[in-house]
Design a protein around this ligand. Structure first.
Ligand SMILES: NC(=O)c1ccc[n+]([C@@H]2O[C@H](COP(=O)([O-])OP(=O)(O)OC[C@H]3O[C@@H](n4cnc5c(N)ncnc54)[C@H](OP(=O)(O)O)[C@@H]3O)[C@@H](O)[C@H]2O)c1
Length: 262
């Protein structure tokens, strides 16, 4: 079933019936009191982290509604289709959007694995990585940022990845994903500059969620890595979001709120 179901307090759109049980114990730690109450939180992407974020936000009293878009929602949002992004934005028209988290991404699949060497590069892989990790989120910014309230705290966060940091790249490999996330970071930074003009209290950032046990990271989880459950990662991300101030807009932060070099 694709549809819109009533959450514990707001509306959540998802591809199946609402799953309101089984929440983690981290909820309630983020303090959203710096946000105007009664707004709408939007999560784009129903994967491991996106799903956990939507679940966690359903319990946040600061938000009256939680809306989750994905390729399985109605309306659906496919990052490879600008009309679908525009339709999702139209669906939100009139809502007081206080939080948007873009939780989509592509690292492997459909025959592609992260490149170990230049000889592994292909135009198709590079194009797919850029389409999903950079171009799609940029089109989301294009259609969603004009909907933001002109006053009061609002946060737009795109989930990026530490490996998108150029300054932090000491191990190489993963060309497509790294480059696409670096492009995403630049797009977020540039949008933050533009956002300042009309919405001086809005904040636009790139966030690294840490290493999280999801489909995206599954083939790369090594022992010794601090791999976290999606619910724990979502709690960390929301806590960072609540601590952001306007001075942080245009920045790139990890799951503890520490600045990541570009
Ligand atoms: N997991 C980690 O360790 C880790 C580390 C660093 C950064 N990140 C970043 O965190 C974000 C979330 O990743 P995740 O770990 O939650 O991975 P995930 O579970 O694989 O979720 C990725 C999501 O992206 C969606 N997506 C892919 N192509 C799309 C498209 N064309 N249109 C709309 N949605 C599309 C997928 O949708 P479907 O469900 O429809 O396939 C899926 O819901 C990504 O930006 C990732 O790069 C994750």
């Amino acid at each position: 079933m694709t549809g819109r179901g009533r959450g514990s307090r707001g509306w959540v759109m998802r591809s199946g019936p609402c799953r309101l049980g089984g929440r983690a114990n981290f909820l309630g730690m983020a303090d959203f009191s710096s946000f105007p109450a009664g707004g709408v939180a939007v999560v784009i992407g129903g994967g491991g982290i996106g799903g956990a974020l939507a679940e966690a936000l359903l319990d946040e009293p600061a938000f009256a509604d939680v809306i989750s878009f994905s390729r399985a929602s109605a309306p659906k949002l496919d990052l490879l289709s600008e009309p679908s992004i525009a339709a999702a934005a139209k669906f939100l028209a009139g809502a007081e959007i206080r939080l948007v988290i873009i939780a989509t991404g592509f690292l492997h699949g459909e025959g592609f694995m992260p490149e170990k060497s230049l000889r592994d590069l292909s135009g198709e892989h590079l194009a797919k990585a850029f389409a999903i990790n950079a171009i799609g989120p940029a089109l989301v910014l294009k259609h969603f940022l004009p909907l933001l309230p002109r006053a009061g705290k609002t946060v737009v966060a795109a989930l990026s990845a530490r490996v998108g940091s150029i300054g932090d790249n000491e191990v190489g490999g993963w060309y497509s994903y790294r480059a696409a996330k670096a492009a995403l970071n630049q797009l977020v930074r540039t949008a933050a500059v533009e956002l300042r003009r009309g919405r001086p209290e809005a904040i636009c950032v790139a966030l690294h969620p840490g290493t999280v046990a999801t489909k995206l990271s599954a083939p790369f989880q090594k022992s010794g890595l601090n791999v976290r459950a999606p619910a724990a990662a979502a709690a960390d991300i929301l806590e960072v979001v609540t601590r952001l101030s306007f001075a942080d807009s245009g920045g790139f932060f990890d799951q503890t709120g520490a600045v990541i070099p570009w």
